[in-house]
Design a protein around this ligand. Structure first.
Ligand SMILES: [Zn+2]
Length: 60
């Protein structure tokens, strides 16, 4: 897995840039219980997940 390609995702809350959360050595991305990648939006301090195999998860 090449993290460069997935390092950034647009924040679904304010459309700002979210940065991929990784371990301290930036080798393995952090994921939630469903295996979705975790991103942190520094502009709005939003934490969001993104599954590269699907669209953004809807919040029902
Ligand atoms: Zn945001």
């Amino acid at each position: 897995m090449k993290l460069e390609h997935i390092k950034y995702q647009t924040c679904p809350y304010d459309q700002q840039e979210g940065i991929l959360l990784t371990d301290i050595e930036e080798i393995f991305p952090q994921t939630d219980d469903e295996g979705d990648l975790q991103y942190y939006c520094t502009s709005g301090r939003h934490l969001f997940s993104y599954n590269e195999n699907s669209d953004y998860q809807s919040e029902d």
